[in-house]
Design a protein around this ligand. Structure first.
Ligand SMILES: Cc1cc2nc3c(=O)[nH]c(=O)nc-3n(C[C@H](O)[C@H](O)[C@H](O)COP(=O)(O)O)c2cc1C
Length: 184
């Protein structure tokens, strides 16, 4: 990419990576790490699939099982971070978000668009994270009642780009995404 000197170009660069994550299975941003805080205050991070990244709305979406541990964490503390490292581009993205659970017609619409195989990820019996006597002692049922969509409203985006010289900037919703350069 040409040398980025404008904050707005840098933000565009970051968003192109997020949008690729939604559209392309091989993109680094397809598999962000979602970091939350457990109800007893411990950090917890796990890989997820980026299902949607919508710049105009400032929203990213993740699908999960309503019975998974992260739901209890998010009910206690709805702030969460999404982290992406794109080695090809030498770009790290950190999205600070506030998460709500989608309901109503939006939830049904997303369920109807999922293929049968993908639906199986939602509705494990017993619930995800429950102790079982052997590795395969569970069923995957694909239950709409277990399907949850995490709507992550993006509050800020931090980009770190390992070019020469290294570049780092932070963009916040509260300043209209104008952004500012930070020392890397
Ligand atoms: C490549 C990959 C993609 C994953 N995608 C998702 C996902 O989209 N949603 C999800 O809930 N878990 C996903 N998982 C499983 C999570 O990493 C995690 O193990 C699971 O959600 C339980 O986390 P929790 O106990 O903190 O809720 C994925 C795991 C891997 C390795």
């Amino acid at each position: 990419m040409r040398a980025v000197t404008e904050l707005s170009d840098f933000l565009d660069f970051g968003w192109r990576h997020l949008e690729r994550g939604e559209a392309e299975p091989d993109a680094a941003a397809r598999y962000p790490v979602l970091a939350t805080v457990s109800p007893d205050g411990a950090p917890e991070a796990r890989t997820v699939v980026l299902r949607r990244a919508e710049r105009d709305l400032g929203v990213a979406e993740i699908y999960t099982d309503i019975a998974s541990h992260k739901i209890a964490s998010l009910r206690a503390e709805p702030r969460a971070q999404l982290h992406v490292w794109d080695a090809d581009s030498q770009l790290q993205l950190r999205l600070s978000t506030r998460v709500t659970l989608l309901d109503g017609a939006g939830l049904e619409e997303r369920w109807s668009q999922l293929g049968g195989e993908s639906r199986l990820s939602y509705g494990a019996v017993p619930d995800p994270g429950v102790t079982i006597p052997k590795a395969d002692a569970y069923d995957k049922r694909g239950l709409f009642a277990h399907f949850a969509v995490l709507q992550c409203r993006i509050l800020s985006i931090e980009l770190v780009h390992l070019v020469t010289p290294h570049k780092r900037a932070v963009f916040c919703e509260t300043d209209g995404w104008r952004g500012e350069w930070w020392v890397p």
